[in-house]
Design a binder for this molecule. Structure first.
Ligand code: F6R
Length: 320
């Protein structure tokens, strides 16, 4: 499998994925939504929660571990996401949510979660098998966006999806990613994002980890100004900062980011700014995510590592 080709199929995945939630309805009352998922199947929940923060009609939380919150009950919609369907943490949460009487929706390509769906009458969004889980992010995010919208749990404008697709299909991304990757030779990337894009910075980090086999760190404004900023009081090491900033950030956010940038450069650390453009948060989030996925691929190539290898993660899962 050529991961570059798979990454580049993201627009095609989105076109396919928007059909996956057709007819999915939750008839009973829902007071809160609890997502559970790990790694490549965990980040979709973080992205959804931030994208929908100003339109969600109920509170939404994301669980990345073995436990679900104490408030989970019959009026909870529990959404378990696992590409393989076999991730121990996610199946444990799903069983606990079932015991508490929550309504269940699983997003998976099969495995134990699919079997659990038969046993528990859970609804399922089936995603196509055969991909590395991290390459299925669009298959997770888009059907859930639509399912939540159709069930009046959040709002998404269909035009936003169309515009995001048009932006992703512009030819510039690969070249841009190669240029960013070129700047990251031999350094540890730190990704800082404007408020509202924290999960996108986290996605960049995770893709650098899994694809390029390097450490990477992520944080978001304004929180990083209250702690991580102090690391620039002296020269902190061989880092390169990537700043994901929204061209439509309010003035106070631009000011904050500009001052931070000045402090980082003063500490001798290079900064690359990536201005997120587009009419909606969805376009900005997904074009930034796409650029991050491509960049991590090219960093892997410059390092000569096998971009698909996740051997240590698999070995760990086997040994549990
Ligand atoms: C591998 C990857 C991992 C997995 C994670 C959970 O490509 O991205 O982060 O997503 O280990 O596994 P699944 O997705 O099968 O629940």
């Amino acid at each position: 499998m050529d991961l570059l080709q798979v990454i580049k199929q993201m627009p095609a995945q989105i076109r396919e994925a928007v059909q996956f939630a057709n007819g999915l309805s939750f008839d009973a009352q829902i007071d809160n939504i609890v997502f559970a998922g790990m790694g490549g199947s965990g980040i979709p929940a973080d992205i959804l929660i931030t994208l929908l923060s100003d339109s969600a009609s109920v509170p939404m939380v994301s669980c990345k571990g073995y436990t679900i919150p104490s408030f989970v009950g019959p009026k909870t919609l529990f959404i378990g996401i696992s590409y393989s369907g076999n991730t121990e943490e996610t199946t444990t949460c799903a069983k606990a949510a079932h015991k508490r009487g929550a309504k269940l929706l699983f997003v998976t390509s099969g495995g134990r979660l699919k079997n659990l769906a038969y046993e528990t009458q859970a609804k399922v969004i089936a995603v196509p098998p055969g991909l590395p889980p991290r390459a299925a992010v669009a298959y997770f995010v888009f059907p859930l966006l639509i399912a939540l919208h159709n069930n009046r749990l959040a709002k998404i404008d269909p035009l936003d999806i169309k515009l995001a697709l048009e932006a992703l299909e512009k030819p510039q991304w690969e070249e841009k990613a190669r240029a960013v990757a070129d700047q990251l030779r031999g350094v540890t990337p730190i990704i800082y994002a404007s408020e509202g894009y924290g999960p996108i910075a986290l996605r960049w980090k995770q893709q650098f980890n899994e694809n390029a086999k390097i450490h990477a760190f992520a944080n978001a404004f304004p929180e990083l100004n209250h702690n991580e900023l102090m690391a620039y009081a002296q020269r902190p090491g061989d880092f390169h900062i990537l700043l994901l900033r929204d061209e439509r950030d309010p003035q106070h956010m631009h000011r904050r980011i500009d001052v931070t940038k000045e402090f980082i450069r003063r500490a001798g650390i290079p900064v690359t700014e990536l201005m997120l453009k587009g009419q909606s948060r969805l376009t900005k989030a997904f074009t930034a995510l796409f650029l991050g996925d491509l960049t991590s691929y090219f960093v892997a190539k410059t390092r000569g590592v096998d971009v698909l290898d996740v051997g240590l993660i698999e070995e760990l899962k086997r040994r549990l």
